[in-house]
Design a protein around this ligand. Structure first.
Ligand code: IMP
Length: 203
């Protein structure tokens, strides 16, 4: 029988992405929509790893199933790595992608092209109810352009060009972005642990 793993998100796109990465493995992936009363876990950690673990622990505890959670964000060199873990609420309101992007663009408007480096980072955690914990990270390096380009993706994608490309991640297809993205890399690094049937692994 397939092991069931719960992905600690209500975001359909993340569920599909992890589903694509785990395709062919004997794992049944379900989302938080199956647990309407699951707690909303505040992202109070100082790092992506801490936040991913906080969410995965809370959801494994609530559901009694192994849980996968991720946390991600944009780290801008000229802003000393910010917005970082504050990426989703950089302009003050959680999830206001337009305002967050506009604020970052304004903050780096005087920064010359050679110093516009940035990266997306993602931590993905797997926590089993018995206590085993795994956390891995992925990143994609690139730079920030000065005006939005592309309509795909979300968040800061319209202003982020990955190294080695001349399109933004908002101009890529989902498959092209998955292949190089911070989340794709982190989820792929977590896949072997997910395959190892973590509900039967003790700490
Ligand atoms: P979370 O991991 O869902 O909490 O996302 C944190 C925030 O980081 C999002 O709201 C976006 O602003 C930003 N972010 C994370 N991953 C991406 C990405 O792949 N593209 C663009 N923005 C991203």
């Amino acid at each position: 029988m397939a092991d069931t793993i719960v992905l600690a998100t209500r975001n359909e796109a993340k569920l599909r992405e992890l589903g694509r990465i785990l395709a062919g493995n004997p794992v049944e992936l379900i989302g938080l929509d199956k647990f309407p009363d699951a707690p909303d876990v505040p992202e109070t950690g100082a790092t992506f790893e801490e936040n991913a673990l906080l969410k995965a622990r809370a959801i494994a505890g609530f559901t009694g199933l192994p849980a996968v959670a991720d946390d991600s964000g944009l780290c801008v060199d000229a802003l000393n790595g910010m917005p970082g873990v504050l990426s989703a609420r950089w302009a003050g309101r959680h999830g206001d992608d337009q305002a967050n992007l506009d604020l970052v663009l304004a903050q780096v408007s005087d920064i010359p092209d050679r110093r516009r480096g940035a990266h997306f980072a993602c931590a993905a955690a797997l926590v089993a109810p018995a206590g085993a914990e795994y956390v891995v990270t992925g990143r994609v390096d690139g730079w920030l352009i000065r005006e939005r380009r592309g309509s795909g993706g979300f968040g800061y994608d319209p202003i982020f060009v990955p190294d080695g490309f001349n399109v933004t991640t908002a101009e890529m297809t989902p498959a092209e972005k998955d292949a190089i993205s911070h989340r794709g890399r982190a989820f792929r690094a977590l896949a072997p642990f997910v395959r190892a049937a973590p509900d039967r692994v003790n700490p």
